[in-house]
Design a protein around this ligand. Structure first.
Ligand code: PLP
Length: 428
């Protein structure tokens, strides 16, 4: 860490309440494409895309052009574009356009409506509120071990990735958990024996668990779960906050499984750094209980966030970034699999598209020490990786490989050559 980073880090420790910052995360100040630079001028490849927020990389030209045009001065005062609008009470054109675009690009050939929130967890929380209102006789919600759905209200109740996230927060008995990817018998006994199927309101799915260690849903297990949901008319909520918008090599992770959710939630990459989340609901679910004022907030689809979201969708489509994520994902998976083949007792590679992970273990036991050593050495090489894994200590200590969707083969192979050197160094 350079001197300017050290100085800012000290000021940070003094003034900012601790969140999830790593003890040596660099103080980054500038960026372009897949690269970011810290305040001392060191260059890094943004290997986590800021956990998916900078999916287009930094300063993507299509988004930048729209931002500059939007904020440019005009001779005619009436042409000055809105900088602030309380979207919950006043309507502005960009929010309408964004809702229409989200309806267009999400799966399901049925009428849809879009709700907005400032953050992913809040959107999940609003989904629970929506579902409780439309089906008051179904008080229970099911989510899965390892899933992360947010840190507020009902989203925190659904989250089951690390106890530290909800330590000291009271738990509600209405939020039930089941193991992810295993145990059909348990699912069947939970729904139908322990709980009446028609009392379960919805299942919340993170189809590719991110925070939980980059764990994709098993398609056979998921098909069985979908059968159960159909049998008892349980709503399916698909949390695409991290995996959505092209990251997995399809626009939405649910497309890999042929699942069409009743509600799809998106955020992170959508705002290109601005705080915006959206939940797209099957409009057939809406009943007379959803009345004016059922949900709202001040930062409801603010104009600048909608502008960035619209430009983000346009950039993904215009530059074929979904197809690029699929193609680059093949290279990434292939290169990660090499470690699994060479050292089967140490590494497991998982993931889809540009949402991949490498798990560190030693003869079947989690090896957090080596995972953290990898992250430390990689940071020194200009590759800031983020860890993932469920539990604390983690049961499946993993490193996330989630570069921006615009990465090209040369850049990716260069990163993976450097990763290879670090792994060989660790293993020697
Ligand atoms: C899958 C998933 N759901 C929900 C959230 C919560 O989103 P936010 O941090 O915007 O509240 C996250 C954030 O990491 C996430 O990855």
């Amino acid at each position: 860490m350079g001197p300017k980073s050290k100085e800012l880090r000290d000021r940070f420790e003094e003034s900012v309440l601790v969140s999830t910052h790593g003890s040596c995360s660099p103080v980054i100040a500038t960026g372009n494409g897949i690269y970011v630079w810290d305040v001392d001028g060191y260059r890094y490849v943004d290997m986590s895309s800021q956990v998916g927020i900078s999916s287009l990389g930094q300063r993507h030209p299509i988004v930048m052009k729209d931002i500059i045009e939007y904020y440019s001065e005009s001779e005619d005062q009436r042409d000055g574009k809105l900088t602030a609008c309380i979207g919950s009470d006043f309507i502005h054109p960009l929010m309408v356009e964004l809702a229409e675009e989200l309806k267009r690009i999400t799966p399901g050939n049925f009428p849809k409506k879009v709700g907005f929130k400032a953050g992913g967890g809040e959107a999940i929380d609003s989904c629970v509120k929506f579902l409780k209102k439309i089906s008051p006789g179904r008080p229970f919600f099911l989510s899965f071990v390892g899933a992360f759905h947010g840190r507020v209200g009902s989203a925190l109740q659904l989250t089951c990735s690390k106890y530290v996230q909800k330590d000291g927060y009271e738990r509600s008995g209405y939020f039930i958990k089941a193991p992810f990817n295993t145990d059909f018998d348990y699912l069947r006994s939970l729904i139908g024996c322990e709980f009446r199927g028609d009392q379960i309101n919805a299942v919340f799915l993170e189809l590719i668990q991110g925070e939980g260690g980059i764990v994709p849903a098993d398609s056979i297990w998921l098909a069985e779960l979908m059968e159960i949901c159909k049998e008892y008319d349980i709503a399916v909520v698909d949390d695409e906050i991290q995996a959505g918008l092209g990251r997995t090599g399809k626009m939405w992770a649910c497309e890999h499984y042929g699942v069409i959710p009743d509600i799809l939630v998106t955020s992170k990459a959508l705002g290109f750094g601005s705080a915006i989340a959206a939940f797209v609901v099957d409009a057939n679910l809406i009943n007379e209980n959803i009345t004016k004022g059922w949900d709202s907030e001040t930062s409801y689809a603010p104009p600048d966030a909608c502008l960035k979201a619209l430009a983000t969708i346009r950039a993904i489509e215009k530059e074929n970034l979904v197809a690029n994520a699929e193609k680059m994902g093949e290279i990434l998976s292939r290169r990660l699999k090499v470690f699994e083949c060479l050292y089967p007792q140490y590494y497991k590679a998982r993931g889809i598209g540009l949402m991949c992970g490498l798990e560190f273990s030693l003869n079947g036991r989690p090896d957090i020490r080596t995972r953290d050593e990898f992250i430390r050495q990689a940071l020194n090489e200009g590759l800031p990786f983020m860890g993932a894994g469920r539990g604390k200590p983690e049961k499946n200590p993993t490193v996330r490989f989630m570069p921006p969707l615009c990465i090209n083969a040369e850049q990716l192979n260069d990163v993976m050559d450097r990763v290879e050197k670090i792994i060989f160094n660790i293993m020697s």
